[in-house]
Design a protein around this ligand. Structure first.
Ligand code: SPV
Ligand code: MG
Length: 290
């Protein structure tokens, strides 16, 4: 079954898709193991993994390769964060063709101009493209997909850019009219108020996608109560969990001058063997090594 079809089935069956961010096949596999419905192939996470800011420095090819590997190894539908679409509507045609071929289930594209600046930083240059231009990019994305179940999510950054709810609603309506299957509305406010007000005012048919990183009070139960949400993205918790865990372990090893103290708090080699699929590896006589 195509990935997009699988994702649409999750939405139809559960009423809400819960996606966890990932930046590598291993993190995507751990998200699958934890029971999430989908993987968020996050630009922020991949940029951070390369030690770079999320300002359009990671190339399409880097993100595409990682996205393909995450889809293959996790087996979960992948929601690809293609930022601004790596250019204009012409670039979007190619982007959608490539990501569909890589096996993604959904593509999220945002209405900022290239190069983008991460939405999470206060004071970032948040420049938006014109509504008509972004509608053209949505139409390009729709026409480029050969699998009609590939979900196209239009993301508006109107609230992030400080343009207010009326502009966010205007853009969301225009993007739905241009053919978006879902609307992602992003906010950097520290409470869910801004987003909840948007959701209440939303009069379109397309379900809404949320990334509640800045307002962590937003739980699955609260999202479900809003009724109109189709996709909930936990935006960067894989990379942040990794950073915290590595820092703690590295500091302890430095402090104690050895590794014995961390043995009980890190994954065993056997655990990593399992994740790597060492159970499929044979010796020279054809016997399984594990
Ligand atoms: C990402 O994870 O790359 C996102 C979400 O686009 S955010 O970083 O909150 O903009
Ligand atoms: Mg992103």
């Amino acid at each position: 079954m195509a990935a997009g079809t699988k994702l649409r089935q999750v939405l139809a069956g559960k009423g809400l898709i819960e996606a966890m961010a990932a930046h590598s096949p291993l993190s995507a596999m751990l998200a699958a193991e934890a029971g999430f419905d989908a993987i968020w192939a996050s630009g922020f996470e991949l940029s951070a993994m390369y030690g770079l800011p999320d300002v359009s420095l990671v190339s399409m090819t880097q993100h595409l390769d990682m996205t393909r590997a995450m889809a293959e190894r996790s087996g979960l539908p992948v929601v690809a964060d293609v930022d601004t679409g790596f250019g204009n509507a012409i670039n979007v045609l190619y982007v959608v063709e490539q990501y569909e071929r890589a096996g993604v289930a959904a593509i999220v594209m945002e209405d900022k101009s290239f190069p983008k600046v991460t939405s999470l930083i206060a004071g970032g240059r948040q420049e938006m493209v014109r509504i008509e231009e972004f509608q053209g990019k949505i139409e390009a994305a729709r026409s480029a997909r050969t699998d009609k179940d590939l979900l196209f999510v239009a993301r508006t950054e109107a609230l992030i850019a400080g343009l207010g709810q009326d502009e966010a609603l205007k853009r969301a309506r225009a993007y739905e009219a241009a053919g978006a299957d879902m609307i992602l509305v992003h906010s950097r406010q520290k409470t869910p108020d801004e987003i909840e007000a948007f959701v209440k005012a939303w009069d379109g048919k397309a379900p809404i996608a949320l990334v509640p990183t800045a307002y962590p009070q937003m739980t699955v139960a609260r999202v479900r109560a809003l009724k109109k949400i189709g996709l909930l993205i936990w935006g960067n918790h894989a990379i942040r969990a990794s950073v915290a865990a590595m820092r703690k372990t590295f500091a302890q090893i430095r402090k104690e001058g050895g590794i014995a103290g961390v043995e009980g708090s890190i994954a065993t080699v056997e655990d990593v063997f399992d994740l790597q699929g060492m159970g499929k590896v044979k010796d020279n006589e054809g016997r399984f090594l594990r």
